[in-house]
Design a protein around this ligand. Structure first.
Ligand SMILES: [Mg+2]
Length: 209
């Protein structure tokens, strides 16, 4: 059975406040490294770089900075009280996560991916008192030495069904025969196309396999 890759941030864990808090800390690390202290530009430059390159550390390397992912992880994820980063348990977020984890028990070969270190997923699950099904594996883009070239991931990994909320990731994957990209978004009409499909609820994944 082919692998089903599911994006953690924005698909399984759909909490915008937590995403904003992580984003703010990524910006801080970027600004500190580059030396941007003019408040006017602090958010806009780092956001643009993140959107263009897909990861703060990768963006910094592209600019010629000696950006170390350990320092980045420490600043963004470790030097902070998990409660302040993940936030309080939100019932809607928890419901969606639970639905995903239930659906995963029906799939033999599931891999969750994140740009964050593995501890991030652990931190979120602990806050929400949820557990990944035993057979589910986790991969971080950091495991792949991702920073050399973002789209290399699609040639380094065996292909499969890719469920993501980012159009950039979906369009990159759609260039490779072995990948079946699926856009996930609540409120989307479900659609199955030759290249790209769309779903709006976790249980629709079963029909894609
Ligand atoms: Mg995402």
């Amino acid at each position: 059975m082919r692998i089903t890759y599911i994006d953690f941030d924005g698909v399984i864990f759909q909490n915008k406040e937590a995403a904003n808090r992580v984003g703010t800390r990524c910006s801080q690390f970027f600004n500190k490294t580059v030396g941007i202290d003019n408040e006017k530009y602090q958010g806009s430059i780092s956001n643009k770089m993140y959107q263009t390159f897909g990861h703060t550390v990768y963006a910094l390397k592209k600019l010629g900075y000696e950006a170390c992912s350990d320092q980045f992880n420490t600043h963004v994820y470790k030097n902070v009280d998990p409660k302040k980063l993940v936030g309080d348990v939100d019932d809607n977020t928890r419901k969606t996560m639970k639905e995903w984890y239930n659906v995963m028990t029906e799939l033999d070969n599931v891999l969750i991916y994140t740009d964050a270190p593995h501890d991030w997923i652990k931190m979120v699950n602990e806050t929400y008192s949820l557990e990944l099904p035993d057979h589910v594996r986790v991969i971080s883009s950091q495991d792949l030495g991702y920073y050399k070239c973002q789209w290399e991931a699609y040639t380094m990994l065996p292909g499969g069904v890719l469920i993501d909320d980012s159009l950039r990731n979906i369009s990159t994957a759609s260039e490779y025969e072995t990948w079946k990209p699926v856009i996930f978004g609540q409120g989307l009409h479900s659609f199955t196309g030759d290249k790209v499909s769309m779903i709006s609820s976790p249980n629709q994944v079963i029909a894609l396999n």
